[in-house]
Design a protein around this ligand. Structure first.
Ligand SMILES: *Cc1c(COP(=O)(O)O)cnc(C)c1O
Length: 240
């Protein structure tokens, strides 16, 4: 179902005011929270409409789709930042290296290594977040941080990812388990915040300041729990 592009600016304004309210409740500054507008499976007209409102950060899941959209919107003259938020298949690393400025979903050494190599090829550095799976077996992506038996391996992997010069680690990302109650996300987001503190001690030369957590469904809760990047799709652009 398509929505009117005029609704997009209204939705963005509405979400921004709710972000502001959630930040105030938590005694946080609006400047510390970035809105990533998730445009996967949405048409370029919607991206143009969001750009008109000064929205320059966009989240995408499928690199080939993103490349196609970029080619459909030449010479925009706007400082767009593309964020890769979905699981990255290694064979798509070249496209990610070329077009994206941040990857939220680093979930293996192999993916990070391949991406780093592609980035070196185009002489580029991008920001990266380590994706942690905190909600258990039924969610497939991210390092299995919920699994105590995997903890040491995960730490070793993350240490090694920190050595890839082309990816500047800036923090952590997580996706909660599907639920019909946004409150169910709260404990997961508290856990990501706690791990941020642990990593800051364990890997002090790395920067862990960014927490990418919260979607259309639960971004206000994520902000109350310390989110610095919310990834919002359907609440801005309607159903996919
Ligand atoms: C699609 C997606 C989102 C956005 O979800 P909405 O429910 O549309 O807000 C956020 N994060 C990730 C990782 C996604 O894949």
């Amino acid at each position: 179902m398509q929505i009117e592009t005029a609704h997009i600016s209204r939705n963005i304004e509405h979400i921004k005011s709710r972000i502001q309210a959630a930040a105030s409740r938590a005694g946080r500054s609006l400047d510390d929270i970035q809105l990533i507008a998730v445009t996967k499976l949405q048409p370029v007209e919607y991206i143009r409409a969001a750009l008109e409102c000064g929205q320059y950060d966009f989240g995408e899941n499928y690199p080939e789709e993103t490349q196609r959209k970029i080619e459909e919107m030449p010479n925009l003259g706007k400082p767009i930042r593309w964020h890769m938020i979905g699981h990255m298949q290694s064979r798509k690393a070249r496209i990610v290296a070329r077009y994206f400025s941040c990857i939220h979903s680093i979930d293996s050494i192999h993916a990070a290594e391949v991406l780093s190599r592609e980035l070196a090829g185009v002489n580029k550095t991008i920001n990266g977040l380590i994706e942690l799976n905190l909600s258990g077996e039924n969610s497939k992506t991210g390092f299995p941080a919920w699994d105590k038996a995997m903890q040491n391996q995960t730490l070793l992997d993350i240490e090694q990812i920190g050595s890839f010069n082309q990816i500047k680690i800036i923090g952590l990302m997580t996706m909660p388990r599907l639920s019909d109650n946004p409150e169910d996300s709260r404990s997961i987001y508290q856990e990501l915040k706690r791990i941020q503190g642990l990593f800051s001690v364990r890997f002090p030369t790395q920067n862990w300041h960014t927490l990418s957590m919260g979607t259309s469904f639960d971004y206000e809760i994520a902000i109350e729990e310390g989110s610095s990047m919310v990834r919002i799709g359907e609440a801005i652009f309607g159903p996919r």
